[in-house]
Ligand binder design. Structure first.
Ligand code: KG4
Ligand code: ZN
Length: 408
């Protein structure tokens, strides 16, 4: 079929859905979600049933990959360049006019200040222009709740959120009711994987030139022998649920330096053992995440924080798309009798849909909905929920030994 005809057909189908779909009945509320907290400009329109009417996403990944990491003013400029188009596209693909929206939900915390500022400024202008309620969104709350858009899942449940900016374990007790059991103390796991990938110059690897650090490490690790290098799991002597990855990165860096000397190559050249290095790094990250999660499950069981039968662990955030890490966590959940849920990879990484869904959840409960003219500030640092990390540490739960034998 000719492209013009295909476009026309899509348009007719969209119009038919607009007129006829029961989920789009006039009583169904529609939420526009906007995400700009890091390096993705995302927007989506959702019906309160969870149906995605249309979305658009612009990723800055390739630009930051080439410059060796996110440079905040560059990210800010890219958000400015794309936000108008991305929001417009999401609305057009939904065949929704701004007047039909019930609210606009936007990430305002935590994240990069310059990136958050673009989404917030755009959204505040938009809600004032169209006289719509505004719902400020906590990015990690949105990651935690996404799974409820895909299937029924009652509160409370345990969440492990792992991304380029965060690692945290929390009990989700309600839409805006979280108990924080552990968080990252230095760098986040995605950041560590990105930095190791950069140190290994994986961008020069023919299979990895367009992949994020975490994706590149997962791909190369599939053909690697993780036992060739043995990295110590972080924080073995500290019996809490916090995470530390900077020491692990140091261990990996030292091993890379040693291998470069042995192979007689300069930094910036691909090592011949790059697959093994990737596999050993991924295994150490997976083991650290699995052990802290295991302790969190035991803490929840000891304190009655989760249902005694049918407890659920939700894993989300960019790093949660890693299959090896999912398998490590599956060993823990099987051993402890907990149900494991992970949204599909596309919904684990940052996007507008998860923000719109968080808006739907808040709209349904009437929580945190502001009139259009209220001045809202962004918050680059914003902890999630009530901090129980001291109680978790004081409980000092020792883990029974579990063998993490993960087959790729
Ligand atoms: O959630 P996200 O899209 O953005 C942040 O809020 O940080 O996560 C991006 C992070 C990056 O550090 C990237 O390397 C990592 O998620 N990541 C992965 C994988 N895909 C993305 N890490 C491990 N394995 C993957 N397959
Ligand atoms: Zn994220």
């Amino acid at each position: 079929m000719f492209p013009a005809k295909v476009r026309l057909l899509h348009r007719i189908l969209r119009l038919r859905r607009t007129c006829c779909s029961p989920s789009f009945a006039s009583s169904s509320r529609l939420v526009l979600g906007i995400e700009t907290s890091c390096d993705e400009t995302g927007a989506a329109v959702l019906v309160e049933t969870g149906e995605i009417l249309g979305e658009s996403l612009h990723s800055q990944k390739e630009v930051h990959l080439r410059s060796g990491g996110i440079i905040p003013p560059v990210a800010q400029q890219l958000h400015r360049d794309h936000i108008e188009r991305v929001v417009q596209e999401a609305l057009e693909r939904s065949s929704v006019d701004p007047s039909q929206l019930s609210a606009v939900a936007t990430t305002v915390k935590p994240g990069l200040a310059l990136s958050l500022g673009v989404g917030l400024k755009f959204s505040q202008r938009f809600v004032r222009q169209h006289n719509k309620p505004f719902i400020p969104i906590h990015h990690m709350e949105a990651h935690a709740l996404t799974v409820r858009m895909l299937q029924p899942l009652a509160f409370p449940f345990l969440v492990l959120l792992v991304s380029g900016g965060h690692a945290l374990l929390a009990v989700a007790r309600g839409v805006n009711d979280f108990l924080l059991l552990g968080h990252h103390l230095d760098e986040a796991p995605g950041d560590t994987l990105d930095k190791v990938a950069r140190r290994l110059s994986l961008i020069k690897h023919p299979q990895c030139s367009t992949l994020s650090g975490g994706q590149a490490i997962e791909l190369l690790a599939m053909d690697g022998d993780r036992k060739r290098f043995s990295f110590k799991t972080p924080m073995g002597g500290i019996h809490d649920c916090c995470f530390s990855f900077s020491g692990l990165r140091n261990q990996v860096n030292m091993a890379i330096v040693k291998e470069e000397a042995e192979e007689g190559i300069e930094q910036g050249t691909l090592l011949s053992c790059v697959n093994d290095m990737a596999a050993a790094t991924q295994h150490a990250v997976a083991t650290h995440l699995a052990k802290r999660t295991h302790r969190a499950i035991l803490f929840c069981k000891a304190n009655g924080l989760l249902p005694s039968s049918g407890a659920t662990l939700v894993v989300s955030g960019g790093v949660a798309s890693n299959q090896y890490i999912r398998k490590a966590l599956a060993i823990i959940t099987e051993t402890t009798g907990v149900h494991l849920l992970c949204p599909p990879g596309k919904l684990c990484t940052d996007n507008g849909v998860m923000i719109a869904w968080n808006g739907v959840e808040r709209l349904r409960e009437g929580k945190g909905i502001l009139p259009p003219d209220v001045e809202v500030r962004y918050e680059p640092k914003a902890p999630l929920g009530v901090d129980l990390t001291a109680e978790v540490k004081a409980a000092a739960i020792k883990l029974p030994p579990i063998k993490l034998t993960i087959i790729n």
